[in-house]
Every structure is written in structure tokens, then in C-alpha cells.
Design a protein around this ligand. Structure first.
Ligand code: R5P
Length: 295
């Protein structure tokens, strides 16, 4: 892309600013408000937009509001004559990428269709829940991994000499492999089942392991209710682990997730800024800029 600007979506102003600085691109702000009835309003004052707009907008909670703003801004940019490259650091609705029970909506498919209908010509996210979700896009769509920067943070800020990385379920296996390779520690994969109706989680260790005195880091893509991490933490603590930390990309932290994890023995939570929280210790801004620079 030779001619582009960065458009700062209301939910990702920090990352957008960082990207514009790194890419030396013009940063375009979006004016926004919510009407008393809950509907969204957006406006871009500038009339001269570049050929391509890198629109940065995370669809973190409140997901529906942030998604609606994303659709409105994208459609507006198209009306202003720009091609939209959507950078969505946290992509909501990606956990339902297939029909687990008969009759369920495949939510990521609907989101992909709506993004394309709103004028998005290229899509980029971070650690999508399952790469199968990218298959629903007909435009070029990529997910980049934040695991290397999380691993780097652990190497620089934790004693990793006695560490074991743990995947709380099979879905996190590739992530934990990458993490452990970067940190230089062993890893284990747990088995997790979630009742599709009640949501009750059961976890167990698939293999025998001596965890006595080990520092454990549980690696996952996201923390929502904290249930998966808390279940894993209880088991690992009962097996003699000396400490439990968590490395995750997206800290949604719904309801009392933090309290639940702390009660189960979790000491530290390290997350990225795809969703800005007090646990956002590393930024994905540089990773995203690097990807955009190569387009
Ligand atoms: C599941 O497959 C995901 O990778 C996460 O482990 C899960 O979605 C986290 O949800 P919760 O925090 O509610 O257990």
C-alpha cells in the first residue's frame, strides 16, 4: 500500500496512535456518540482520506456496540472513496466457528459477511480463537500471534528457570508449544470438557507429571469468565505447583473472572492490549504495524 492513513476507531485509540507513529501515517480521528435510545453515531470530519484506510477497532466488550461502530465507520470510509483494511485486535464472536449443537448460528461467519458487506477489503486480527474462523472470509484475512511477545515478557520479568507452560485444553496446544520454545521450558497439555448446555468445565492432566515446586504459566488465547483457568489452576496447585501465572492475549475478564482466578491460586495475569485492562503488559501495536508495513 503506497497511500494509506490510520483511522482511530473509538475502542482502539491507543493502538491506532502507536501504529500511525510507527508507520509515519496520518492519524484520522472519528467523532462518535451514542444516542439516548442506544444507537451509534460516527463522523469523520476530513473529506480527504487516503486510497487505503487502516481502520483500527477492537470488538472487545461491549462487543455489539464496537462491532456496529466498526461497520458504520467502514461503510463511511468506503463512501469517502477509501479501501478499508480492518485491523481488529480482538475479534468478537470468533468462538462459535462451527455448529456444536444442531441449529446454532455460526457467529464468526455472520461477522465476516457483515464486515465484507461494510466495505472491508482486507482483514487482520490477533490470535483468532480458531484459524478455521478465517475460512469464512472471502477477502484476504490473517491472524497474527501475540504469543512470542508474551513469551518475551515472561523471559524478561519472571524467573523461568523452573517453569512449565501449560495449555488448559487441546485448542491451546500450538500456542503453548510456541511459548515454551521461546521461553526455553517444558510444556504440558490438559484435557478440558465444557458442558454445552450448563457451561460446567471439567479439566484433567493428560499425562503424569511431577509439578512439585514448579512455576506454572497457563497459556491461552482468552480469558472470559476465568472458569477454564481457575479449573486448571486448582488441579495444578493440588499437584504441588509452587506458583501459577497466566499468559493470555485477550483479557475479557467477564463478571468476577479475576476474583475466581485469584481464589484458585493464580498469582499473576499477563495480557496484551487487544483489550485494554490493568493486565495489559505488552502491546500488539508493533506486530500490527509490521504486518501493515509489508502490504
Ligand atoms: C476456549 O477454548 C478458549 O480458548 C478459552 O479457554 C475459553 O474461551 C475461556 O473462557 P472462560 O474464561 O470463560 O473459561
Amino acid at each position: 500500500m503506497d497511500d494509506f492513513c490510520v483511522v482511530s476507531g473509538p475502542s482502539s485509540k491507543g493502538i491506532a496512535k502507536k501504529m500511525a507513529e510507527e508507520l509515519r501515517a496520518r492519524l484520522i480521528d472519528v467523532e462518535y456518540k451514542t444516542f439516548p435510545d442506544g444507537e451509534n453515531y460516527v463522523r469523520i470530519e476530513e473529506q480527504w482520506i487516503a486510497k487505503y484506510s487502516v481502520l483500527v477497532q477492537s470488538t472487545s466488550p461491549p462487543q455489539d456496540k464496537n462491532l456496529m461502530q466498526l461497520f458504520l465507520i467502514s461503510d463511511l470510509l468506503r463512501d469517502l472513496g477509501s479501501k478499508v483494511v480492518a485491523v481488529v485486535p480482538y475479534l468478537a464472536y470468533a468462538r462459535q466457528h462451527r455448529m456444536y449443537l444442531n441449529g446454532e448460528a455460526i457467529s464468526i461467519k455472520t461477522v465476516a459477511r457483515l464486515l465484507e458487506a461494510s466495505g472491508v477489503v482486507r482483514f487482520l486480527t490477533v490470535d483468532i480463537h480458531n484459524v478455521e474462523g478465517l475460512g469464512y472470509f472471502t477477502i484476504p484475512a490473517n491472524s497474527i500471534s501475540a504469543v512470542p511477545i508474551l513469551a518475551e515478557y515472561f523471559k524478561n520479568n519472571f524467573d523461568v528457570s523452573n517453569m512449565i507452560a501449560v495449555a488448559p485444553d487441546e485448542g491451546a496446544k500450538v500456542r503453548v508449544e510456541t511459548f515454551s520454545m521461546r521461553v526455553g521450558c517444558e510444556y504440558l497439555v490438559m484435557e478440558k470438557t465444557r458442558d454445552r448446555i450448563s457451561g460446567v468445565i471439567r479439566s484433567q492432566l493428560k499425562s503424569q507429571a511431577d509439578l512439585k515446586g514448579k512455576d506454572i504459566v497457563i497459556v491461552d488465547d482468552l480469558i472470559s469468565t476465568g472458569g477454564s483457568i481457575a479449573e486448571a489452576s486448582k488441579i495444578l496447585t493440588s499437584l504441588g505447583a509452587a506458583s501459577i501465572s497466566v499468559a493470555c492475549t485477550h483479557a475479557i475478564l467477564a463478571n468476577n473472572a479475576v476474583a475466581k482466578m485469584k481464589e484458585s491460586g493464580v498469582k499473576d495475569i499477563v495480557a496484551t492490549d487487544t483489550i485494554q485492562t490493568e493486565y495489559s503488559k505488552v502491546s500488539v501495536g508493533h506486530l500490527l504495524s509490521d504486518f501493515i508495513r509489508r502490504l
